[in-house]
Design a binder for this molecule. Structure first.
Ligand SMILES: *[C@@H]1O[C@H](CO)[C@@H](O)[C@H](O)[C@H]1NC(C)=O
Length: 343
């Protein structure tokens, strides 16, 4: 008698899974390792994880060790709430989850590699990240074209308008520009960058990162591998399907991850980087650009997963989200590492 409702609910569960609109549950996502044409960015500092050539060194500066990292998001331009949710769920997935269990591999497992970086006092990059505030600059206060300096003016405006605080101790500022906003060097040389603000412009020295939505400007550069260079069209491999159905925003996720990892391990550009030139440091994200799984390199992106809707990802986040995020250089393995590694 007691079994009957159980069997009944199992049947409804199976029916729900089989329905074409139900794609949130994968019993067994398929692993695959696509070979794709290289990203169309000439100045890419891609090393494909070869440890002999990498001389990542610590330059005695601080890392973001005080917990939690308070992320203040500036939404510059026009953003749809569903786009904001994809990005916020990613940021909130970095901290080890206290609520509902998330299936492995996780975004928090990915950040674990970043938390292996320490400063000279032995303090690690913190594992917890909060969204401490959001500010919408819907009126494009600095216009629809930004420069590396005017982006600091955007932060200055945001911290001058209460309740967006100056948070010296734990704050990082994340400026996200909508699809219609152009940025100096965007698409040609950068998909995102991080730096710190100047007291003369903002009044304080605050670590920040900028990432733009490349969806209409250059997805084959900055939303790779959800868009690939056009010369391969016709017979060649095709771009991967984005896990959240938004090429521009899904592409931003990996760039946001890359910049946050570097911002945390090198916030004042005097901590962890390779190369002798601090004006062009090669940082822990740069070293693994284009690698998303085991067996990557030489045109392969590495073993990633594909759900039953054909969408590609390599880690899970909160609210049942999936994301495709590049790997990060591990100081202990002296190689690129990620939570979806197949050993
Ligand atoms: C801190 O970093 C050290 C050195 O990489 C590592 O051995 C240790 O596991 C890290 N601790 C935490 C809590 O991440």
């Amino acid at each position: 008698m007691l079994l009957l409702p159980v069997i009944f609910s199992l049947i409804t569960f199976r029916v729900a899974l089989a329905s074409p609109t139900e794609q949130t549950l994968d019993l067994r996502p398929e692993y695959f390792n696509p070979k794709l044409p290289p990203r169309a960015l000439s100045s890419s500092k891609r090393f494909e994880g070869s440890s002999d050539l990498v001389n990542l060194r610590y330059h005695m500066g601080p890392v973001l060790s005080s917990s939690p990292i308070n992320a203040y998001i500036i939404w510059y331009g026009r953003w749809a709430p569903q786009q904001q949710h994809i990005i916020k769920d990613f940021l909130l997935s970095i901290s080890p989850s206290s609520g509902a269990a998330v299936a492995n591999p996780t975004v928090a497992g990915w950040w674990k590699t970043v938390s292996l970086y320490t400063d000279q006092t032995g303090a690690n990059v913190t594992r917890s990240v909060l969204i401490a505030g959001e500010y919408s600059d819907k009126r494009y206060s600095q216009g629809a074209h930004l420069t590396r300096l005017s982006v600091q003016q955007v932060i200055a405006n945001a911290v001058k308008s209460a309740p967006f605080p100056v948070d010296h101790k734990n704050g990082i500022y994340l400026i996200l520009t909508s699809v219609d906003v152009t940025m100096q060097d965007f698409c040609r040389a950068v998909c995102g960058f991080h730096y710190f603000t100047f007291p003369s412009l903002v009044g304080y020295t605050l670590p920040y990162a900028w990432v733009g939505n490349s969806g209409r400007q250059c997805p084959e550069v900055c939303a790779y591998p959800f868009a690939i260079p056009g010369y391969m069209a016709g017979g060649g491999p095709s771009a991967l399907n984005p896990p959240n159905g938004d090429v521009g925003v899904d592409g931003m996720i990996s760039v946001i991850g890359h910049e946050l990892a570097e911002l945390s391990s090198n916030p004042l550009i005097n901590a962890w980087y390779a190369g002798e030139d601090p004006t062009a440091p090669t940082e822990i994200g740069d070293l693994c650009e284009g690698l998303y799984g085991t067996g990557g390199g030489g045109g392969y992106i590495g073993q990633v997963m594909r759900d039953n809707g054909g969408r590609s990802f390599n880690m899970y986040g909160r609210n049942g989200r999936r994301y495709l995020v590049q790997w990060i250089w591990s100081p202990s393995l002296k190689a690129c590492a990620g939570p979806n590694a197949l050993d």
